[in-house]
Write a protein that binds this ligand. Structure first.
Ligand code: FAD
Length: 345
């Protein structure tokens, strides 16, 4: 979807950001620690008219190929190779470079920005000059980069504009895996054998807010179907409270959280102690106040969107991401496609 002349630079070792797939050490099976599924439908409200888009159509138009399976209901899907493979498929034939952390920006002349990166592989600074910058980082990280940059009125204008969108919720995540135990899924209302399996439970506001049986999505070959794996996303309040001590450098829980997790799966699922526990924390998991709305059609007729557009044009910096479209893949992918297609980028 990226135009050929665009170069993507990202600080992580692999592309994907909050769309991230890992592999279980117990079973070798995949699990998604960020987004676990996507919806194929999205809508845009622009110039008083609502238009509907289908993500598969958009990917087809852009030559992006992703092998997916349905999950949860008619409109939700996941890629057979893990959610991260969406990003990999969208980057085929594109130019991108990982392990490049943007540190600061400065203006070399009225129409040109110089970007200062730290390259982790080469352990040195690298300068890039361009007349158009796209930033898709969470807003707190963008603001911090702007504040570390030379004083520049264009960056100040962005900092002021972005203030209402600076709030993100944290999310703590645990992955638990069993070699030779699985729950009686049906007795918990889950439907692993249906043509469209139901593999998740959402208890909004509860500590164990969202539970996704990843072994239903990704069969566990090494355990010959006898094992299972569960991904838990904890509530905003729980995540805020336990964020710092949640895990050690190896992503293992300390003994307090290990006990809490073992007890939790026993109470909820009558599970024995898992063979593997792996924790993760997302500091900027989801934006709270997206400019174009949280749900429903993207509201492009809003005054704030017109301000965003002028700011992009006048500064040569375009800021995209979930803070603009909302924290859903279909809104972000569909939104970027719509903006590009209507010359709004
Ligand atoms: C736990 C969790 C569950 C979710 N579940 C779902 C779901 O089921 N369905 C759904 O549709 N959405 C879900 N989401 C939301 C979805 O994942 C996000 O909305 C989406 O991935 C955000 O994309 P983005 O491009 O805006 O930001 P990101 O994916 O965060 O990308 C930002 C990128 O910027 C890079 N970066 C950061 N700092 C720098 C720097 N200084 N220099 C260079 N690069 C930098 C990062 O490495 C990253 O690759 C979930 C999110 C989380 C955290």
């Amino acid at each position: 979807m990226m135009k050929p002349e665009v170069v993507l630079l990202d600080k992580a070792r692999k592309p994907g950001g909050r769309v991230s797939t890992k592999v279980s050490q117990v079973s070798g099976a995949r699990f998604d620690i960020g987004a676990t599924m996507f919806c194929d439908q999205m809508e845009v409200n622009w110039m008083g008219k609502v238009s509907s888009y289908n993500l598969f159509e958009i990917w087809k138009t852009c030559g992006v190929k992703i092998d997916t399976k349905p999950i949860y209901d008619l409109h939700h899907h996941y890629p057979t190779l893990g959610m991260e493979s969406i990003v990999g498929s969208m980057l085929v034939d594109k130019t991108y470079k990982q392990s490049m952390t943007l540190k600061s920006l400065s203006q070399t002349n009225e129409n040109e920005w110089s970007l200062n990166f730290h390259s982790h592989l080469e352990n040195q600074s690298t300068e890039m000059v361009t007349n158009k910058v796209f930033l898709t980082l969470p807003i707190p990280q963008i603001v911090s980069i702007f504040e570390s940059s030379d004083i520049e009125p264009k960056l100040d204008r962005w900092i002021k504009f972005l203030q209402p969108y600076n709030e993100y919720r944290k999310t703590l995540v645990s992955f638990l895996s069993w070699k030779d135990w699985k729950p009686n899924f049906e007795s918990f209302g889950l439907k692993p054998e249906e043509p469209i399996p139901v593999s998740t439970i959402l208890d909004r506001g509860e500590d164990w807010e969202y539970q996704s049986w990843e072994s239903i999505k990704y069969p566990m070959d090494l355990t010959k179907g006898d094992g299972s794996s569960l991904l838990v996303q904890f509530s905003s309040l729980f995540s805020e409270t336990h964020f710092d001590p949640w895990m050690d450098a190896e992503k293992k829980p300390n003994s307090f959280y290990q006990e809490m997790l073992i007890q939790g799966v026993n109470e909820k699922w009558s599970a024995p102690p898992p063979d593997e526990i792996w924790n993760h924390r997302w500091k900027f998991a989801q934006t709270q106040m997206p400019l174009l709305g949280r749900e429903g059609a993207l509201q492009l007729d809003k005054e704030e969107f017109a301000e965003w557009k002028s700011l992009c044009q006048e500064t040569g910096i375009t800021i995209l991401g979930d803070w603009l479209f909302g924290s859903k893949l279909e809104r972000i992918v569909g939104g970027v496609y719509f903006l590009a297609h209507n010359d709004l980028l």
